[in-house]
Design a protein around this ligand. Structure first.
Ligand code: SAH
Length: 340
């Protein structure tokens, strides 16, 4: 059976039209699904009995099965969900003063095998459906004291490699009849899939784009992010410039600090040059070590050294303290335990 939560509002309208129901019914259904967070057609009390039955015989309302919650000392919470086919995905809730950010997965596993990341270790399994992406948000709909303020697509997987479903999920999250999360409060993070960045630009949404740069030369980036061999820095930078030009949104560069691999003075200056060209802000992330991988996080002095070099050069930079290190909250670390 089809999952009704895979449909955007436009698609649901088209489906209802086929059975001679007026378009506004789709808005009513969306309201039940996303504003009230209802999981049974029976509860949609303003629909006719006939329509409720027809919907129930044609669709399911997808709900993610929670199979674990891990709470870190820094208040980061990691949720492990089991999908209908048994695979696991992880979603991270990051509370901060005045905001509540949810970090979503977009794929089970990942194709891109970044050298330091846990997600690529077991390869790619499958794309998440729109309902499975939105379902991660929906889980929190009625359970949080304060509403979610921000969504980041920085969990397991490469969002731009699951383009169609990502775009649908963003539309559902953004829809005034849906979850009503402003595009400007959503951020898609990519390892630099250039054609995906171009397509994303053409969607014309005000969603923020974040690039996992992690190295400022092709030689280093080729080693850390093998995808760089296909889409080298020059192309990634050009795609960023096009994105900025088209949407007027700023780009963020993410830079995970790896001891001895990308944390030298020359690395900081290379990053500075790229950030200046793109007028980008930089998000430094001290590495969260992954068992079995050879990378380490620099010591506090090394982190401060890198940070202050960027600050000296007047780059807007934030140091994102790795969240939830004690609950293995880094990309792919937790789901890796059940996706054997
Ligand atoms: N595929 C997307 C989004 C997923 S990962 C991307 O590459 O952007 C989100 C961020 O976490 C990326 O910048 C990724 O490089 C980084 N990351 C992965 N493993 C990490 C680890 N162990 N410690 C710190 N950051 C990590």
């Amino acid at each position: 059976m089809k999952n009704i939560s895979d449909l955007t509002l436009e698609e649901l309208k088209a489906e209802l039209e086929k059975i001679d129901e007026p378009a506004y019914r789709a808005e009513q259904i969306f309201g039940w699904l996303y504003k009230k967070g209802v999981f049974r057609f029976k509860e949609m009390t303003d629909l006719s009995k006939n329509l409720k039955e027809r919907l129930a015989s044609a669709y399911v309302i997808g709900k993610l099965e929670l199979c674990g919650v891990f709470k870190a000392k820094d208040r980061t919470e990691k949720y492990l969900f089991r999908l209908a086919d048994g695979y696991g995905i992880e979603t991270v809730l990051i509370p901060a003063t005045g905001r509540k950010t949810l970090c979503l997965s977009t794929q089970v596993g990942c194709k891109f095998a970044c050298a330091f990341c846990a997600s690529g270790l077991k390869g790619f399994i499958r794309n998440l459906a729109p309902s499975e992406i939105v379902g991660q948000v929906l889980h929190f709909k009625n359970s949080l004291e304060a509403p979610l303020t921000n969504i980041v697509f920085m969990g397991m997987g490469e969002p731009l490699d699951n383009f169609e479903n990502l775009a649908k999920a963003i539309r559902i999250l953004n829809s005034p009849q849906g979850l009503e999360i402003a595009a400007r409060r959503m951020t898609v993070s990519t390892c630099g899939i250039v054609p995906g960045m171009e397509r994303f630009k053409r969607l014309g949404l005000q969603v923020n784009l974040s690039i996992s740069l992690h190295a400022a030369t092709d030689t280093k980036r080729d080693q850390l992010l093998p995808v760089n061999r296909k889409y080298p820095l020059k192309k990634v930078i050009k795609a960023c410039q096009d994105y900025i030009r088209k949407g007027g949104r700023k780009i963020t560069l993410e830079y995970v600090l790896l001891k001895g691999a990308n944390d030298s003075l020359a690395d900081a200056d290379g990053l500075t040059r790229i950030a200046k060209r793109l007028k980008a802000k930089v998000n430094l992330i001290p590495y969260s070590p992954v068992p079995g991988l050879p990378y380490e996080v620099p010591n506090e002095k090394g982190i401060q050294f890198f940070l202050s070099r960027l600050e000296e050069k007047k780059i807007p930079v934030t140091l994102r303290r790795s969240k939830g290190a004690d609950i293995q909250a880094a990309c792919g670390q937790l789901a890796g335990r059940i996706n054997k």
